[in-house]
Design a protein around this ligand. Structure first.
Ligand code: SF4
Length: 628
């Protein structure tokens, strides 16, 4: 077995209450690494087309990668893969917490959960004894994610759902510690299987090719991260909430259901404000990560809990026109405890508010007003009253009440918090990303509108190339499985420290923006020596040399396989679009329309090696060794 892997796949049948261990497939690991890539390959091969995502035929796959279980910063995440009940296409989400470490210690790379239990149960896995216990979870059913984890064994690491997953809220997530695999409804799939919790333990150690080099290099990277202006300074000091003032300043902070990109009270939602007014005790971190981007906050009547991250501050703050960070923190706590994705939740609430404003829905729910929101969040998690309708997300709500022109989703997945009208590459990424309107499957906005190297985010230059490069690398990162924030360190400290009005900086930005697209993608695709930390870690752990070129190729393979999965499930190029509000309404003075997707999509397809209607060409699949 290649080093870095435990070498085992555990397959569990919930109905039969049976399980077996099988060897990890080395060829699949070589082609898809692990995590999201390995899981997508399994889902494609093991499920027939057209299954009900909430039916017993769907698989729920938990997958780690070769970096998990090591002490590399940002490396203790797991991926969950299944057919998404929200989009009908590929579903996946990644999560920090401690579950990935638990899986690797138990000697399990991938856990496949099949079928559906007959009554609520939980799994307890002991990797040292190769034992899986199927335990009754009737006493836990209905409990929140925090209470559930408190009641489970302290010797195990856990992945659990809350009431939202049990009640099949289509944007329910899976929680480990205080972190959540939030997107695409993976928690609803776990709930549909009547599986409340998976607990795992073991004492195995990661076997790596060159532990000495790995250790020495990891020390260097920790230092690099600690000194980095984003990872070591702003994210450490302000958390991801430090982005609020940046996006607000660039007019891309979703406000009033994306009617505006600027919120007057943005400062009150920012990481800077939180530092002065709400931060309690230590900042929190995923295991071994020096970035510590988590915040602790005090919620009245609850105590000190995980604070809201940027996406939550935007989607449940500015987008609802709420400038009260304490209230957003409280809603964030309830959403986490119910086990719901705050991006989809916030976007669905804002869509409902606009429906009410336009007289299309009768409810006591208004922009800028807190009244009723706390109760409605609980009702969504428990599918009660109006909450039962919001629990199906924006797309289905629009199908019932109208308003599809301002329903802010792509493929059924609600948009995250970077308005693409001021970030054109991000718009192409939202439109084409296989799981729908999400930012962590590429994070193109970092290259054009949020990061330090400010190129013009509103012209057409590189706006089809950046998403391809970013989506590919994100596919690889989510398969190792690393935190996507590791890519923020790719722009070196020296660039951050340049004066933006200096000649040197402007020359650099000009040169970058005017690179031929093929050169940009080519530069990222050179196969050879490992240059960046994640390439070097992979190389030291597995013994196989990885460079950015290899990772771009593997990422493209995964991306194209996901695309083939979506096409098989009935999605088409018509789904590669943006909400009509984004395409047709302007939020920038001097611009009379929105995002120019129609000018960029044909070029994106061509550069991907796809037909004009968005289908990967046979030669593209052959080149990338994508078997379909
Ligand atoms: S940067 Fe933040 S989310 Fe990423 S691994 Fe570190 S603490 Fe976790």
């Amino acid at each position: 077995m290649i080093k870095g892997y435990a070498g085992r796949v555990l397959e569990v049948d919930l109905r039969a209450r049976s399980f077996f261990f099988a060897p990890l497939d080395e060829e699949t690991a070589r082609l898809y690494i692990g995590g999201k890539g390995y899981g997508t390959r399994l889902l494609y091969d093991r499920t027939p087309a057209g299954i009900d995502p909430l039916g017993p035929e769907n698989l729920l796959i938990f997958a780690t990668g070769p970096l998990n279980g090591s002490v590399a910063p940002q490396s203790n995440r797991f991926a969950v893969i299944c057919k998404s009940p929200l989009t009908g296409g590929i579903g996946n989400a990644t999560c920090g917490g401690s579950f990935a470490l638990g899986m690797k210690k138990a000697g399990i790379d991938v856990l496949i959960v099949k079928d559906r239990a007959e009554r609520p149960l939980r799994l307890e896995i002991d990797g040292d004894r190769d034992a899986v216990e199927f335990l009754d979870a009737g006493d836990l059913w209905g409990k929140g994610t925090y209470a559930t984890q408190k009641l489970l064994s302290r010797k195990h690491q856990h992945a659990v759902i809350g009431p939202a997953g049990e009640n099949l809220v289509l944007f329910a997530g899976i929680v480990s510690n205080e972190r959540i695999a939030g997107r695409t409804g993976v928690g609803a799939v776990m709930g549909s299987k009547l599986l409340k919790a998976v607990s795992v333990r073991g004492s195995r150690k990661l076997d790596m090719e060159d532990p000495e080099k790995f250790k020495a290099y990891t020390k260097e990277v920790r230092k690099l991260f600690e000194d980095h202006p984003v990872l070591g300074e702003s994210m450490r000091r302000f958390g991801t909430g430090g982005i609020v003032n940046t996006t607000n300043g660039r007019n891309i902070l979703p406000t009033r259901n994306f009617q505006k990109g600027h919120f007057e009270r943005a400062m009150d939602l920012s990481g800077e404000f939180l530092e002065d007014h709400g931060l309690k005790g230590v900042k929190t971190s995923c295991i071994h990560c020096p970035v510590t981007c988590g915040r602790d906050v005090e919620v009245e009547g609850v105590g000190v809990v995980k604070g809201p991250e940027y996406e939550t501050l935007a989607l449940m703050g500015s987008n609802l026109e709420i400038g009260d960070i304490k209230k957003v923190a409280e809603w964030n706590y309830h959403a986490d405890d119910l086990g719901m994705d705050t991006i989809s939740l916030g976007a669905t609430l804002s869509f409902a508010m606009e429906l009410v404003e336009r007289g299309m829905l009768d409810a006591n729910l208004h922009f800028g007003e807190q009244a009723g929101v706390t109760e409605l969040i609980q009702d969504i998690g428990h599918r009660r009253g109006l909450g039962a309708e919001l629990a199906d997300g924006t797309k289905r709500l629009a199908a019932k009440y109208g308003g599809s022109e301002f329903a802010m989703h792509v493929k059924g997945l609600e948009l995250s918090a970077y308005d693409p009208r001021g970030s054109f590459a991000q718009g192409v990424e939202y439109a084409t990303t296989n799981r729908g309107g999400c930012h962590v499957q590429g994070a193109s906005m970092y290259m054009e509108s949020v990061g330090p190297l400010t190129i013009n985010p509103q012209n057409l230059k590189l706006k089809a190339d950046i998403p391809i490069m970013q989506q590919n690398i994100a596919c690889a990162i989510n398969s190792m499985v690393l935190c996507i924030f590791t890519t923020y360190g790719m722009i070196p400290k020296a660039v951050h420290e340049m004066n933006p009005s200096s000649f040197k900086y402007r020359a650099l930005a000009f040169a970058f923006e005017n690179l031929p697209g093929a050169l940009l993608r080519g530069a990222m695709g050179i196969k050879g020596k490992p240059m960046l930390w994640f390439e070097k870690w992979l190389t030291y752990i597995t013994g196989t040399t990885f460079s950015s070129g290899h990772l771009q190729e593997i990422g493209a393979r995964i991306f194209n396989l996901e695309r083939m999965y979506n096409l098989r499930e009935g999605l088409t190029s018509a789904d590669d679009t943006l909400p009509p509000r984004i395409l047709h309404e302007s939020t920038f003075p001097g611009m009379d329309s929105g995002h120019p997707l129609h000018l960029l999509l044909p070029s994106y397809y061509k550069k991907r090696g796809w037909s004009a209607d968005g289908v990967p060409l046979r030669r593209t699949l052959e080149r990338l060794q994508v078997r379909v």
